[in-house]
Design a protein. Structure first.
Length: 194
């Protein structure tokens, strides 16, 4: 099955001031706990040596937290695997993390959605979608980000050859395309916004 979520992924659970959310990020194949890797490991893109799953996940969460308000908390991650592209994802290991957002700007966040779009090495699309994050009063599409800013840090972490984040085509996300902003219609309805 082309472009499936196999062989593995990480479900991030987080809560904003208004809603509970999840994000599912794809990875290379996961190996169970062994050799000092308490939450398992993944093969790195650069040389296939193992990267600690817990370190890789928390490193990304700890750069992502900067785009979220202090009222948002990343609560848990769960690693899933799939035995084949058509198989259902199976939870393998989970960890409570309690990582809080750090943006204290007070900018409007309810129902705001930001999407970071990437091109993979296989020339397919990969995305990171963020919900209920401060808008900083802009909904303009951007094809560049501040090289000293948090979005550049997210790009670096997500595309790093030393990690194992993946696109649906099982290749590494490697080129940032754009950052887009919108109001998420489902969240707008749930929040009863006009």
């Amino acid at each position: 099955m082309p472009e499936s979520t196999a062989p593995a992924g990480v479900l991030l659970e987080y809560t904003s001031a208004a809603f509970a959310h999840t994000a599912y990020l794809l990875t290379r194949e996961w190996s169970p706990p062994a050799g000092g890797f308490d939450y398992g490991s993944y093969p790195r893109w650069d040389d296939d040596t193992a990267v600690d799953a817990d370190d890789m996940i928390l490193d990304l969460v700890n750069v992502i937290k900067a785009v979220y308000a202090t009222t948002t908390t990343f609560n848990r991650y769960t690693i899933f695997t799939q035995s084949s592209p058509s198989a259902d994802p199976v939870p393998r290991i989970s960890k409570s993390i309690a990582v809080a957002g750090t943006d204290s700007s007070g900018s409007w966040e309810l129902a705001v959605q930001a999407t970071m779009n990437f091109r993979t090495e296989g020339f397919k699309v990969a995305k990171l979608v963020f919900l209920d994050l401060p808008s900083h009063d802009t909904f303009a599409k951007s094809v560049t980000v501040d090289p000293a800013g948090v979005y550049d840090e997210i790009i670096s972490e997500y595309t790093s050859m030393a990690n194992a984040w993946s696109g649906r085509d099982n290749t590494r996300p490697n080129t940032f395309i754009s950052l887009t902003w919108t109001l998420n219609e489902k969240l707008r309805r749930a929040a009863r916004l006009a």
